[in-house]
Structure formats: structure tokens, C-alpha cells
Design a binder for this molecule. Structure first.
Ligand SMILES: Cc1ncc(COP(=O)(O)O)c(C=O)c1O
Length: 369
């Protein structure tokens, strides 16, 4: 039986990729802001409709560089319902992580909870567009202005999402994105930061190259998190295939919706936003039901993932504050991301739905052949 994971990396047309690799071999230039990295940066900015986009080594360092360039200090408010990197980068940067609970309908950070968590030491908010679903960006902006806070969106999942007709990456002082191999667009490992302010983008461009600005000049504190030419080759060759892959994921999304009906709660999507069809999360009734469903799926060699589990406030090394984030814990103990990628066969999708529905006590609509 073929193993089905929660996702499968998209790979480009081999000949197209090889043509880019030929260029790398011809130039002998492998990294340090080569021609392909520059080309990808330009093409991505145009594709996404944004300015001040800087390619970096991964989505984790994208966050850390953004915190540094925006000069964060003291406490930073973020969501407990996210991938570990959102919060660990805050702690790793010597900042205090303060969690604000989520809205159980959208799974995104709740603006009311943000406001309640602000103290005189707060310097920033790091909200996450969880599963690519835009946060309450206007409300978050109001809170930020009222309390003089910076906003850095972790938009790791939000590639290609538009909000009110514009890229969601334009929100906040900066947005970061991941181009990890599991993402809808990837460069194997990679990421980007989109800055509101062009001079901050230039500072970050120096900072990701050790602060070096010329053969004999080092102008600022920096780190090494450049993208290399092979990563850029992957990105460039995938760019032309994204629309087709998105169509396939949309068809699969519609099929899951049709087969599962209203049986399982799903996050309420922002009405003003487009979807990138990145993940297919559902909420089971309780953790026992989730574990039963997982076991039944594993028996068929199908591996969904508990994204995100545990709720990060359950980790004792991240935050000095101990208040339990009840909504996040509840969602994280019940959420299951179903296998969802461009190449998933319809028959597998039906099989998965049959198993889930029967574990949830609903008579299967379709027989597994
Ligand atoms: C919400 C979120 N933030 C940050 C990251 C880190 O990105 P990367 O794996 O590119 O370092 C991820 C990775 O999946 C993520 O899901």
C-alpha cells in the first residue's frame, strides 16, 4: 500500500530545472546573491504584487532577521496555535514570549486577547495567518498604533493569499514567509521577508550577509542567511507551474468539502481573502475520536498530521507566563490536517473521508473498493 503523508513536495519539470542548473554550472557562481537569486526576487515580487521583498535562507531566520531589523525588545505577543518557529525565534532572540489566545472560529490570534496582554514592556505583535487564513489585520493595526507596537506577520502559510484585492504580505511592518519543501511554493529550504519600508529592506539585505557591504566594508551587525543559486533554480522552475497545481488543490478541497459536508468544524475563512488551498484542517469532536481516526488511517498507511500540537503554551521553556491558553489547547487537541497536495488521488481522498466519517459515527457515503 502506498504511503500517504500529509503533504508531498511539488517538483518542477526536470528539463526546465536542468536549464537553470546549466546556467549555474556555466557561471560557476553558487551563492552570494547570484543571478538566479536576483531573478527569483524580481519575479516573486511581481507574482505576489509586493515591493521590498528579500529572499533569505528559511522562514525561521526570516522571522529573526525581521525582529532584529525592527529592533524589538522586552515582550512580544504571539499566538500559541502555530508552528514552534514563531515563538522559538522570539525566545532565541532574547525576547520574552507572551501568548494571547486564539479565536476558536478562525484559529488565529484573538485581537481582544492581544490588547489584554499588552504591558509597558511590549514592543511588538507577531500574529500568524494560520493555514493561510488572514488575521484580523485592521483590528491588529489599531491596537499596534494605540500602543506604539511593531507588527510582524508570520505569513509562512500565506503564499499567494490576497486580502481586499492586495497581497496579505503588505500588512504590518513586515511579513515573513517560508519556502520550505512542504509549502505550496518552495525553494527546498528558503523564505522571504516583505518590508513596508524600503530602507529597512536594504538594512536587512546587508544583515543577511554578515553586514558586509563591500570588499572592505562591514557596516552593521549581521548573520549569514542567504539563499543559494540551486534553491533559486528550484523556485524559478516552479513558478510557472503554480497556477496548475493550485487548480488541482482547489478541486481536492472542493471534493473534501463535498464528502465531509458539515460533519467536522473547519476554520472560518476571512470573507475578504482569497484561498491558497495550502492545508485541509478539520476539528474532531474530542481527542479520543481523533486518536481512533488516526489509528484507522495509519492502518491504511495514511498519515495526517496534528497541526498544531501541542499548543505552544504547554511547553514550559518558551514563556515565563503560565496562563493556560484554553481555546488554543482545545483546538490543538482536536485538530487534524488531512493529506492535501496537488498529486493526491481522488480515490485516496474518498477513502480518507470514508474512514473519518465512519469513526465519527456517520454512515459512509462511498464504499472503499
Ligand atoms: C507558521 C510557521 N512559521 C515559521 C515556519 C518556519 O519556516 P522554515 O521551515 O522555512 O524555517 C514554519 C514552517 O513550516 C511555519 O509553519
Amino acid at each position: 500500500m502506498e504511503r500517504i503523508n500529509v503533504t508531498k513536495s511539488i517538483l518542477p519539470d526536470r528539463e526546465k530545472f536542468d536549464r537553470y542548473v546549466d546556467r549555474i554550472f556555466a557561471s560557476g557562481w553558487l551563492t552570494n546573491r547570484g543571478a538566479l537569486v536576483q531573478e527569483l526576487e524580481e519575479r516573486l515580487a511581481a507574482y505576489l504584487g509586493v515591493k521590498n521583498l528579500l529572499l533569505v535562507g528559511n522562514g525561521t531566520l526570516a522571522l529573526q532577521v525581521a525582529y532584529k531589523i525592527l529592533n524589538l525588545s522586552g515582550e512580544v505577543i504571539t499566538t500559541p496555535f502555530t508552528f514552534i518557529a514563531t515563538a522559538s525565534t522570539i525566545a532565541w532572540s532574547g525576547l520574552d514570549v507572551v501568548f494571547a489566545d486564539i479565536d476558536p472560529q478562525t484559529f488565529n490570534i484573538d485581537p481582544h486577547k492581544i490588547e489584554a496582554a499588552v504591558t509597558p514592556r511590549t514592543s511588538a505583535i507577531v500574529p500568524v495567518h494560520v493555514f493561510g487564513n488572514p488575521c484580523a489585520v485592521e483590528r491588529i493595526q489599531e491596537i499596534a498604533e494605540k500602543h506604539h507596537l511593531k507588527v510582524i506577520y508570520d505569513a509562512a502559510h500565506a503564499f499567494g493569499v490576497n486580502y481586499k484585492g492586495r497581497s496579505i504580505l503588505e500588512q504590518g511592518d513586515a511579513s515573513t514567509i517560508s519556502f520550505h519543501a512542504t509549502k505550496v511554493f518552495h525553494t527546498i529550504e528558503g523564505g522571504a521577508i516583505v518590508f513596508k519600508n524600503s530602507s529597512l529592506c536594504e538594512q536587512a539585505r546587508q544583515a543577511i550577509n554578515f553586514g558586509i557591504t563591500g570588499p572592505e566594508t562591514i557596516e552593521r551587525l549581521g548573520i549569514n542567511t542567504r539563499m543559494n543559486e540551486f534553491q533559486a533554480a528550484m523556485g524559478l522552475s516552479l513558478l510557472d507551474e503554480l497556477d496548475e497545481a493550485r487548480k488541482k488543490r482547489k478541486a481536492l478541497f472542493d471534493l473534501y468539502n463535498a464528502l465531509l459536508g458539515e460533519r467536522f468544524q473547519r476554520p472560518r475563512w476571512s470573507e475578504d481573502a482569497t484561498k491558497n488551498y495550502h492545508y485541509y484542517p478539520i476539528l474532531m469532536d474530542d481527542e479520543e475520536q481523533l486518536k481512533r481516526a488516526e489509528r484507522a488511517l495509519h492502518d491504511r498507511n495514511i498519515y495526517p498530521r496534528r497541526y498544531f500540537y501541542p499548543s505552544l503554551d504547554e511547553l514550559d521553556f518558551l514563556s515565563a507566563r503560565s496562563d493556560a491558553m484554553e481555546e488554543s489547547r482545545d483546538v490543538s487537541h482536536r485538530v487534524l490536517c488531512l493529506p492535501f497536495y496537488h498529486a493526491l488521488a481522488e480515490a485516496k481522498c474518498k477513502e480518507i473521508c470514508d474512514i473519518l466519517l465512519s469513526e465519527a459515527g456517520v454512515k459512509p457515503l462511498i464504499c472503499i473498493k
